[in-house]
Design a protein around this ligand. Sequence first.
Ligand code: HEC
Ligand code: HEC
Length: 143
Amino acid sequence: MKKTMITLTTALVVLIFSGAVVAGAVESLRGEQPLTENAKEPAKKQALVVKGGIERSYKQQPPVIPHAIDKDEINLKVNTCLNCHSEKTFEAKKAPKVGDSHFIDRDGKVLKTISSRRYFCEQCHAPQLNADPLVVNNFEGVK
Ligand code: HEC
Ligand code: HEC
């Protein structure tokens, strides 16, 4: 009887420890920081600035933003992106004009000014940071 108890206890201890090893192998993006402490502040990343723009992965892709936008603002009163990209300003600012599709309303009518459907630029155009991807990605665009 005593012997079986010892074997059982040993088996239990082994089980608990092997469980701990498996649990240890799963690491969250938070790292080993305990939940009760503030997470380490991630290093600040610089906006990716690419002269001439960033190559598109497929036709009709909204091009990603090749410059910093931390000073830009889009709200009910202002849209600072349009200070450079609108049909009125793009020449003076030497910036690419918004795509022709941005002047078409939901009924297919071509407007003189940018359609309100395209007001929130970052809904489609994403800024880029100079950071390594968190997860390896081998996506290849259509050439
Ligand atoms: C001070 C002027 C200025 C402002 C403000 C500005 N941009 Fe730009 N943007 C540029 C210039 C100039 C380029 C071209 C850069 C190059 O090709 O080297 C550009 C490029 C882009 C492109 C890439 C176009 C392509 O065909 O690859 C996108 C998308 C874009 N901007 C979106 C935005 C958005 C969205 C905002 C607001 C959050 C914004 N920009 C604010 C000047 C500006
Ligand atoms: C609903 C999605 C959407 C929104 C919102 C949007 N865009 Fe676009 N944008 C696109 C797509 C898709 C393209 C590529 C096709 C095209 O040129 O129409 C594009 C193209 C562009 C280009 C490149 C044009 C060229 O001729 O190469 C610029 C610059 C641009 N957008 C700026 C803006 C700005 C600034 C805003 C906000 C005022 C904005 N976009 C809002 C989807 C969007």
